[in-house]
Design a protein around this ligand. Structure first.
Ligand SMILES: C[S@@+](CC[C@H](N)C(=O)[O-])C[C@H]1O[C@@H](n2cnc3c(N)ncnc32)[C@H](O)[C@@H]1O
Length: 250
């Protein structure tokens, strides 16, 4: 059974007490630790702020919406989709599609096993991290962890339902109404932030009516969004982080 350190991560408890994962190895020689998946001020709070609002809006306005997540990580965004859908009294079948990409095979496997209550094959530390993640997402609601897991199981019924690396040559399986772009930064994942890649990705994956949200605010991203017919809204970043970006196309 692998612990987080066996797959190159360490747990970081963020400012709102929700867990994040940090890469043990840094690609930047000036830093001794690698990139964290979330803002140190609050993994859950940051996810709700950057991704929760667009998710809510799309669930409200689009019938059977398609969601695309780049970077499953610990699964905060997927969990927030289930939370918001349940809060709007929606069933799993009211969501057309949840497509998640994650390049680290163990992150796909661990999340899937945990979701399906196969905790006997997971390290206790790993299970505890997912439980903490889910508890933080459900804080302040009357939803139960079981309800959220049941909801997501319908969309991730098989391990292969979580896709691998989003590659340059990716062929997306659908058009999406809501794209939650939560890749690591361009230092860690350079091509995911290149204008040419983003243009091709949006051309392929954005439905006629589409919202893209991301914590980042990069020139290449904003140019690609505009080029693909999105209105670009620069939002305040989370707790002093650089601005984030919302792209809206209708
Ligand atoms: C910022 S973290 C995502 C955090 C996540 N959304 C969550 O809720 O915990 C970025 C994730 O993208 C993954 N990743 C990196 N390159 C990728 C690629 N080419 N395709 C898919 N996922 C990738 C990383 O392994 C990492 O889990």
């Amino acid at each position: 059974m692998k612990a987080w350190s066996d797959i190159g991560f360490e747990i970081e408890i963020t400012g709102d007490l929700s867990p994040s994962l940090r890469l043990l190895a840094s690609l930047d020689p000036s830093k001794d630790r690698g990139e964290s998946m979330h803002h140190s001020g609050g993994a859950c709070t940051e996810t709700l702020l950057i991704y929760g609002e667009p998710i809510k809006e799309v669930l409200h306005n689009v019938e059977k919406p398609h969601f695309l997540i780049v970077g499953l990580g610990l699964g905060y965004i997927e969990t927030v989709i289930a939370r918001e859908a349940l809060l709007q009294n929606k069933a799993p079948s009211d969501i057309g599609l949840i497509t998640s990409y994650e390049s680290v095979p163990e992150l796909r496997k661990f999340f899937f096993k945990w979701l399906h209550d196969k905790n006997e094959v997971l390290h206790a530390e790993v299970t505890a991290t997912y439980e903490q993640m889910l508890a933080s997402v459900l804080k302040g609601t009357t939803l139960t962890p079981e309800a959220v897991k049941l909801f997501l199981r319908q969309h991730f019924a098989k391990e292969e339902d979580i896709f691998g690396s989003l590659s340059k040559e990716v062929r997306l399986v659908a058009k999406y109404h809501c794209i939650l772009y939560d890749a690591f930064s361009s230092k860690t994942s350079p091509y995911l932030w290149e204008e040419g890649f983003l243009n091709a990705f949006l051309e392929q994956g954005a439905a006629k009516s589409c919202i893209l949200s991301t914590y980042a605010c990069k020139g290449a991203l904003k140019r690609a969004l505009k080029n693909q017919g999105f209105q670009v809204i620069v939002r305040e970043g989370f707790q002093g982080k650089r601005n984030s970006t919302l792209g809206i196309k209708s």
